[in-house]
Ligand binder design. Structure first.
Ligand code: SAH
Length: 205
């Protein structure tokens, strides 16, 4: 089933072999409730509890490809959710720092990711603030629909780095990349419509 999904991702336009190999390495069914096991490798999104969803495999692959991940890259992820995207980035050899605002999901993702043997740094907190402790990042990925590009994230990506973020106020967002050319100079590109759960202000302490 995993191989079939990889073929499908390739047909839909995912080109980087290393991204497809990461999909081969990470068992998506570990991240879903058992009742969904038989559909874990279909290109669909699922509820993961707390009103949130694990993204479509294509969306995960698409965002990952936009990150141009190199082994050893330090990557900040906002919205750990199920932990699937975190694991894909870890499988690519990135040093991942990831933030989730819902405690239940944070704890669950942590358990599964560790069970798979990956060692990202996981935090329960507010993604709008990023994680300055480990900045600057080679790249930043936001996996919830953001109303705007948060100021703190802009400061935490290195010059020459990239932020991949779906931007939009409603149910639909436009996948956008911000390449940091210089201190205050950004090259912005758009990649079409996607649909993520909204990025919410955090109440975590
Ligand atoms: N990368 C995830 C996608 C999960 S959906 C995966 O592979 O499964 C997006 C997640 O972003 C949800 O879990 C939601 O709780 C979280 N989120 C929303 N607003 C946030 C914020 N301000 N800070 C951190 N996480 C946030």
């Amino acid at each position: 089933m995993r191989r079939k999904l990889i073929t499908e991702l390739r047909e839909k336009g995912i080109e980087q072999d290393k991204v497809l190999e990461a999909f081969d390495e990470v068992p998506r069914h570990y991240f879903l409730d058992e009742v969904f096991n038989h559909q874990a490798y279909s290109n669909i999104a699922f509820q993961i509890g707390a009103g949130q969803t694990i993204s479509h495999p294509f969306t995960v692959a698409f965002q990952t490809e936009l990150l141009n991940v190199e082994r050893g890259d330090r990557i900040l992820e906002i919205g750990t959710g199920s932990g699937f995207q975190t694991s894909i980035l870890s499988a690519l050899g990135a040093r991942v720092v990831t933030i989730e605002r819902q405690r239940e999901l944070f704890l669950n993702a942590k358990r599964i990711i560790h069970r798979l043997g990956f060692t990202p740094k996981l935090f329960y907190g507010d993604g709008y603030k990023g994680k300055v402790t480990y900045a600057p990042y080679d790249s930043i990925i936001v996996t919830c629909g953001a109303p705007f590009l948060p100021e703190d994230l802009k400061k935490q990506v290195k010059i020459g780095g990239r932020i991949v973020i779906p931007i939009g106020k409603g149910d639909q967002q436009i996948m956008t990349t911000f390449d940091r050319i210089d201190e205050n100079e950004w090259d912005v590109k758009e990649y079409g419509d996607f649909s993520f759960v909204p990025m919410l202000k955090n109440t975590a302490r």
